[in-house]
Design a protein around this ligand. Structure first.
Ligand SMILES: Cc1ncc(COP(=O)(O)O)c(C=O)c1O
Length: 376
């Protein structure tokens, strides 16, 4: 019998055993003298990072894993596969940092970007041209929680000779496995659910393709953006409890979404495991839970008392950690996205994003009630 996901998360890839240590050791070294296992310099490879890279690959059902100093370092490495003259089709609703990189860095290197509504097969197909090498999407997206059909997107990319990269940050392999649905590359901000405790930044790439893996290896050791040993260890530790945490995150988030949906001050709630979500059926087919993030639109402009009014729900960027966080995409995560684009996507000044943590859901609902109470 193949070990279950929970068992793999606890045991990891077990790439090597050192003195029978149960907790994988931190190899806090930059260099090696005649290493028996072939290590030479930690920018190229390090045993702790290697254990993490193989563990994430195992969990995603992939052969090759790479860990980076942040999610954006991993995203940058994906776009570094492209050359001047290539086209990338990207989903129009993306994490603000990825969008910023596209508009302010990679475009300037001669790469063409075509933004598409990747919920819609025909619209996405129209964004392709004969130089398209990459289709890049988030599902669900940050922050509108739009869901794309991974299988259809993979078929579309392959029909055009391109590869599909899916940002799986919001769900992790505990809930969704894009490689099993045809994606060629999975990218993560491991800073979020994978590491899970608001104490480290990290990013990851997983692929089954030897050719892509070779390129990622070259980029990682040349761009010098690999994850440090201590952060690798923190992430390995976080991953051990990933399945348990994700289960509670999903239960708490669904309860919060249901409660917000009934609140008179809330105009709309975006959470893909709510039956009212437009891609609920698709989401149920390709993921086993809705994740920890939802966004909601207030019916009025009085956002600041809501953002700052929580006792347990703290006003801060990020998501996927133990503590519940409320974020204001307009001034925080998506501030660099042009206003016109933000508004066209639904990222209005009334949109708030909530990452539901591991507190007791009764306490969270009470907090939300308090945050939404009008005191005028
Ligand atoms: C979907 C998604 N991808 C990538 C990133 C970038 O990750 P990091 O902050 O670890 O660089 C984020 C950050 O919020 C994100 O939400």
């Amino acid at each position: 019998m193949k070990p279950h996901f929970e068992t793999l998360a606890v045991h990891g890839a077990e790439t090597a055993s050192y003195e029978g240590a149960i907790s994988f050791p931190i190899f806090q070294t930059s260099t090696y003298c005649e290493s028996e296992r072939g290590y030479s310099y930690s920018r190229s490879s390090n045993p702790t990072r290697n254990e993490l890279e193989q563990t994430i690959a195992l969990l995603e059902g992939g052969k090759f894993g790479f860990s980076f100093s942040s999610g954006l370092a991993a995203v940058s490495t994906v776009f570094s596969l492209l050359r001047a003259g290539d086209t990338a089709v990207v989903s129009e609703d993306l994490y603000g940092g990825t969008d910023r990189g596209i508009r302010q860095i990679w475009k300037g290197l001669g790469i063409r970007f075509s933004f598409a509504d990747t919920r819609d097969l025909e619209k996405t197909e129209r964004a392709f041209d004969d130089r398209t090498k990459l289709l890049f999407l988030e599902t669900p997206t940050n922050p509108m929680m739009r869901v794309s059909d991974i299988r259809k997107m993979a078929d579309l990319a392959h029909a055009h000779g391109a590869i599909l990269c899916v940002d799986n940050t919001f769900l992790t392999p505990a809930l969704q496995k894009p490689l099993s649905m045809g994606a060629d590359v999975v990218v993560h901000s491991g800073t979020k659910l994978l590491a899970g405790h608001h104490d480290t930044l990290c990013g990851h790439l997983v692929t089954n393709s030897e050719q892509i893996a070779e390129r990622f290896g070259l980029l990682q050791r040349t761009l010098g953006n690999a994850l440090a040993p201590f952060d690798s260890w923190l992430t390995l530790r976080g991953i051990q409890t990933l399945p348990l945490r994700v289960e509670t995150h999903c239960e708490n988030a669904l309860r919060a979404a249901e409660s917000l949906e009934k609140h008179p001050r809330v105009k709309a709630v975006h959470y893909p495991f709510l039956p009212s979500h437009p891609q609920y059926e698709l989401m149920k087919k390709q993921a086993s839970g809705g994740g920890c993030v939802l966004s909601f639109e207030l019916a009025d402009d009085d956002v600041w008392p809501v953002l700052r009014g929580g006792k347990f729900i703290r006003f801060a960027e990020s998501l996927g950690g133990t503590t519940s966080l409320i974020t204001y995409p307009t001034t925080q995560t998506h501030a660099s996205v042009p206003e016109k684009v933000r508004l066209s996507l639904g990222i209005t000044p009334r949109l708030l994003r909530l990452s539901v943590g591991l507190e007791h859901s009764d306490d969270l609902l009470e907090d939300l009630e308090k945050m939404l109470a009008k005191h005028s």
